[in-house]
Design a protein around this ligand. Sequence first.
Ligand code: ZN
Length: 361
Amino acid sequence: MARKLSFEKGGDFIAETRREVELYLAPRRIRLRGRLQLYAKTVVAFAIWAASWATLILIRPGLLLGLGGLVAGTILIGFCVQHDANHGAYFRTRRFNHLMGWTADAMLGISSYAWRVKHNVAHHTYTNVDGYDDDVTQTPFVRLVPTQTPRPWYRLQHLYVWPLYSLMVIRWQIGADITALIRGRIANSTLRMPRGWDLAGLVTGKALFIGWAVVAPLLFYPWWVVAIGYVGFTMITSLVTATTFQLAHCVEEAEFASAEQLAAVKKPWAVHEVETTVDFCPRNPLLTWVLGGLNYQIEHHLFPRVAHTHYPRIAEIVKRNAVKHGIRYTAQPSLRAALGSHQRHLRTLGRMGIPADIEMG
Ligand SMILES: [Zn+2]
């Protein structure tokens, strides 16, 4: 079994930043405003989702129109509701957060129980660490970290990665989460079999998802229309989800590490998070609203239990303190710049370490 990784705790940067963020969040009206914005967005997300699904089933205006709304509602639920809730940022109590986070099971078809280990533990604790962060440990399909072994086919990864991104959610819906539960781990993090309410949530969530996404549509449409609709809907939401997460971590400006490198250079955890993460489009309020603040992933990684509606203000504090303490803080000015950087990262890692004869052949 691989070694247990640990980071230095504390440090001046996070101590000062946390103090300032706590000061900003101290007035009750600020916290209340953030919560209300989050809850209002939840209402919009569910309304778009429910109206689109009901229209698809009852009015049947054509797949394109109905699926467009369903994709928009699902993306909002994924980014702005389940993500906050599964981090414990939505309500004060764990039970209610888990209940709201269960929207991942029922609406997205993926186990929120497994997600909390994949995302909150593996990704958020060991960001961009080869073998520990499941999001960047996808060999032998793609090479995202420089320490991963080069393979000839990675030379084309900047092209074939996009269809792979669009299949990520389907993989989880049809059982990658269950396989991880049986294996007992995600990357290097332990994943225990769910029991009691967790198990009930997993089973009823899968059943509900299959019910609304497959069984109910089959009562109104031929099977092949349902198949095309389901695969199309899932591929688009998957592509948007995977790309959003990758733009924050798998870009030229982000740091990567192996377990050995981390052990050699003991770093405070907060510094590691800022250096392995990149913000994008900080001045785009529409994108910030739709992505649930995931374009402010530096702030999200430092304060995952704070509602995402506060991130733009928190970013000012984090940036100022990062500059003060000499920590590299990167924010891509546009979506185009972020996508370009991701594409160049994939190309560079695809080519790096390939012997010359393969390069020429
Ligand atoms: Zn997160």
